[in-house]
Write a protein of this length. Structure first.
Lengths: 291, 320
């Protein structure tokens, strides 16, 4: 029982890291970026390549994946994404689906379509068990590691958004671009940095999730739906909304797959539809915020 | 100067090229006999696109899960032929009714929330149906529904291996439903749809029952999509979980945007362009054709459809 809960939390945390960048671009910059999964895939492949070809230790790969994807995100933001900000949502959706198609086909071409496997270091492979019988809690070390990293990142992000000068600039730029620019905030740079960090987080999530979710060229198509569910259910106006949504989704998914094996994914979709009919703006919406 | 009634009537009058186009379409399986299979496919996709255009182009409802109704129609038609009777026309009617009912139920889910909510909910419905088709015994699971035998059309015309009968059948159904859809969007009802697409608040203020109209058009569009799905299942004698796939909904949106929304011929044109493009590129690079489709899509969105179809505006300064 507790093991399922634990695995669910770990999965949810992973989903949160993958989806939080999406939530930021969508909620704060009002851009629906369906290519977010592709950034996560790039992060995963950076890790796979570094570890397989150059024997780079796993811990070192994580920051490299983050920085590499953040850089890629920054370049793409400047060249391709910026003209799309003012377009209607439908155009943005189609544009980013197009990018995803390209990324999937390109990965297929360069890396073959087979699934890539990551060799975890020894100290992350074990499993600790606490308690007895029905209430036994089995914690995989790697999942514990994921939870720790994600918790740290969540606290960090929340701090940056709520307490630092950059956070307040970002929120100002989102609320009203023109006024923010008039106050001397360089809106373009703020958006560029935000987009880069969001993409970088996706890359980090991809690197962390390569072992759990599996890494092959169809990764963005398979997992994008989950990211979108997290964002749609969690609402896009805060960090805590997507976090709780991701945890809920993770636990529901793991528990569903465990108790009713055939209908695991079914439960997640059903839950999402019910929640969205009940609270169309997402579960956790800031009262009085901009719709 | 013409008065307003006159102008509105002019807008909905059949243009000279329209009957010519349809005559050409009906003659195409005979003229291009070798390509009857792809003509059949184009007709089905075109009907599906017309259905999406009804809700996206005329009522402004975004949907990434329109394949739900397509798949429902396909499975309904296949199961009907297998279990009840093999007559295609009765099966088509049955499938359309089933998809319409599903559409009526699902129209409850698209009333509230933002575009994002709607995208997610429609996609979720398609995914749930896909899971069901995958798991239930009656639908044959992941292998698809096999052993569907179709009877001859109108009791006389057998479906042949070259797909000529199938092509004629699909084009005729497309034509009938297209004319009905055309009539619908040019009626006063269609006018109210466009009004609420452009400004829902004002539409409500002048007394248009917004919710009822949205539900109505969504239900109708679901029925049309179901008919398209039924055509696919009947002409291929097969239905698989693939009919619910996310790719199908995404491709559909793509081809509709290529052809242009809010213009019924946009779906038809998009279907022709997209299918031929897909056929052509995948014959060159079978595995990587999605890359070129993606590139095309990105370019289309960045440049804008208006400018892409008018090359003479590419050069010569932007007007401010």
């Amino acid at each position: 029982m507790l093991t399922i809960l634990f695995d669910g939390i770990a999965y949810g945390m992973l989903l949160f890291i993958l989806a939080v960048g999406l939530s930021v671009t969508m909620g704060l910059m009002n851009f629906i970026n369906l290519a977010h999964g592709a950034f996560a895939m790039v992060g995963g492949y950076i890790t796979v390549l570094l570890m397989q070809r150059y024997d780079v230790p796993f811990l070192l790969c994580l920051p490299v994946a983050f920085l590499g994807v953040a850089l890629l995100g920054a370049v793409l933001e400047r060249t391709l994404y910026r003209p799309m900000y003012s377009k209607p949502h439908l155009d943005q959706v189609l544009f980013s689906i197009g990018l995803t198609f390209m990324a999937v086909a390109a990965m297929d071409y360069f890396m073959t379509s087979s699934q890539q496997i990551i060799q975890l270091p020894e100290w992350l492979k074990g499993r600790t068990e606490i308690g007895q019988g029905h209430w036994m809690l089995g914690m995989g070390h790697y999942r514990l590691f994921i939870i720790a990293i994600c918790a740290a990142l969540t606290v960090g992000l929340q701090y940056i958004l709520a307490r630092t000068r950059f956070g307040s600039r970002l929120r100002a730029s989102v609320d009203d671009q023109r006024v923010a620019a008039g106050l001397g905030i360089n809106v373009n740079v703020v958006f560029l940095l935000t987009f880069a960090v969001g993409s970088g987080l996706a890359g980090l999530g991809g690197a962390l999730g390569a072992e759990v979710l599996g890494m092959d060229p169809s990764f963005p198509l398979k997992n994008m739906i989950y990211f979108l569910i997290v964002v749609a259910v969690g609402g896009t106006s805060s960090i805590t909304g997507p976090l709780l949504a991701a945890l809920l989704l993770g636990i529901a998914d793991v528990a569903g797959k465990y108790f009713i094996p055939g209908f695991g994914a079914f439960i997640v979709y059903f839950l999402m539809i019910v929640i969205l009919i009940w609270r169309p703006q997402g579960l956790f919406v800031r009262k009085g915020g901009k719709a | 100067m013409k008065n307003a009634t006159q102008a509105l009537h002019d807008l909905q009058r059949w243009k000279i090229w329209e009957p010519a186009l349809w005559l050409l379409a009906l003659a195409s399986p005979w003229l291009l006999g070798d390509h009857a299979l792809i003509i059949n496919e184009i007709a089905i996709v075109a009907l599906f696109a017309v259905s999406l255009d009804l809700i996206l182009g005329y009522a402004g409802i975004v949907s990434l899960g329109h394949a739900a109704f397509f798949g429902m129609g396909a499975y309904a038609a296949a199961l009907f032929a297998k279990l009840v009777m093999p007559d295609p026309l009765v099966g088509l009617a049955f499938a359309t009714v089933v998809a319409t009912l599903l559409g009526a139920v699902c129209s409850l889910t698209i009333m509230r929330g933002t575009d994002l909510t709607r995208l997610m909910v429609t996609m979720g419905v398609a995914m749930i149906l896909m899971e069901l088709a995958n798991k239930l015994d009656i639908t044959g699971g992941a292998d698809g529904l096999q052993g569907v035998v179709m009877g001859p059309l109108l009791g006389r015309f057998e479906f042949d291996l070259y797909g000529r009968t199938a092509a004629w059948y699909s084009i005729t159904v497309l034509l009938v439903l297209f004319v009905l859809a055309r009539r619908l969007v040019h009626s006063p009802l269609g006018g109210t749809l466009k009004a609420l697409r452009d400004n829902r608040l004002r539409a409500m203020a002048i007394g248009i029952p917004v919710t009822a109209r949205l539900a109505l058009i969504y239900t109708i569009a679901a029925g049309v999509a179901g008919a398209a799905g039924a055509l696919l299942a009947q002409t291929t004698s097969f239905a698989s979980v693939d009919v619910f796939a996310f790719d199908r909904s995404a491709d559909l949106m793509l081809l509709l945007v290529i052809g242009g929304t809010g213009w019924l011929y946009g779906g038809v044109a998009g279907a022709i362009v997209f299918k031929l493009l897909q056929d052509w590129i995948s014959s060159i690079t079978p595995q990587y054709w999605t890359f070129w489709i993606g590139l095309f899509l990105v370019a289309l969105m960045l440049i804008g459809r208006e400018r892409l179809t008018r090359p003479w505006t590419w050069f010569g300064g932007q007007k401010k």
